[in-house]
Write a protein that binds this ligand. Structure first.
Ligand code: GLY
Length: 290
């Protein structure tokens, strides 16, 4: 396909990320380059406390990042528990392109990053350190809906050739257990795409998303003829059915098919997504269950 009108969608209100990716697509960049550079904008933004540098630490005080990326070919790469690099998505892309593997974790991922020229960085900012010290006073683990379990950026882009790519990057839940891994780096859960069908990305409570394998489910439902909206609603209803405590957390999916049709659904009110298309960069409130 040529001359497809490119489109970028991304979770939450991250206008600078979708603008970056959308403008790159308009200039003819590949969907893969656009998703990587789009989510990098959020990884570098220290005001965002659940992506990249400035992300909230785990209970031991470590800031650890999870990320994945998926190419139109179906190739994929991911890192989990990456400790000293802001741009986890770029390390994930190197895993995809320069190893025979899909996921590198922990110390191995850190070593791999160093070997590929990613310099060691300190991801704990003054603000996140102060918030962590405050948290230590009570050590209460109760993520605040739409605040402490959100901000994962998941992005899907379709380029001028009509090819789709996706990326998902997160520091995970604030004050998670040491070495906890969420949905964001797991292909099929935080992100899935098929260049013949479309793609889906997730944000919210990683444990619930992992158990639903929701992004894979959505792509398969779209393959069977459901619209992106119907498919996102089915995946959220599956999470609601599996989790009697669904009122206590947020989970959200956005999806796009190869015609550029978009869907979005979540449990709680308050989730929105970005859409960049034909020079317009819009934030759109999602439909929700409760
Ligand atoms: N969705 C991000 C996480 O739970 O880690």
């Amino acid at each position: 396909m040529t001359n497809f009108k490119p489109v970028c969608i991304a979770t939450w209100r991250f206008p600078n990320a979708s603008l970056k990716a959308g403008e790159m697509l308009a200039e003819g960049a590949s969907a893969l380059d656009a998703v990587e550079q789009g989510v990098m904008v959020e990884e570098a933004d220290i005001r965002n406390t659940t992506v990249g540098r400035g992300g909230a630490p785990d209970r031991e005080g470590n800031v650890t990042l999870d990320a994945c990326i998926m190419a139109p070919s179906g190739n994929a790469g991911a890192v989990v528990y990456l400790k000293n690099n802001t741009h986890a998505v770029s390390v994930a892309r190197k895993v995809m392109e320069e190893t025979p593997h899909v996921i590198l974790a922990g110390e191995g991922a850190n070593q791999f990053a160093r070997q590929h020229g990613f310099e060691k960085e300190d991801l704990l900012t003054k603000a996140s350190e102060e918030a962590y010290k405050e948290w230590l006073k009570k050590k209460e683990y109760k993520p605040i809906i739409n605040i402490e379990n959100h901000d994962t950026i998941g992005m899907l882009c379709i380029d001028q050739k009509g090819d789709i790519a996706g990326a998902c990057t997160s520091s995970g839940l604030s004050y998670k257990m040491n070495v906890r891994v969420g949905d964001s780096p797991i292909i099929g859960s935080g992100l899935y795409l098929d260049n013949e069908v479309g793609g889906a990305v997730a944000t919210g409570m990683g444990e619930a998303i992992l158990k639903s394998v929701g992004s894979f489910l959505i792509v398969e439902l779209m393959r069977q003829g459901k619209s992106p909206q119907e498919a996102c609603e089915t995946a959220i209803m599956r999470i609601i059915k599996q989790n009697p405590n669904f009122k206590d957390f947020q989970a959200a999916f956005i999806a796009i098919n190869k015609n550029g049709e978009i869907g979005s659904y979540c449990i709680q009110e308050g989730f929105s997504y970005m859409e960049y298309r034909a020079g317009e960069n819009k934030n759109i409130p999602s439909k929700f269950y409760i």
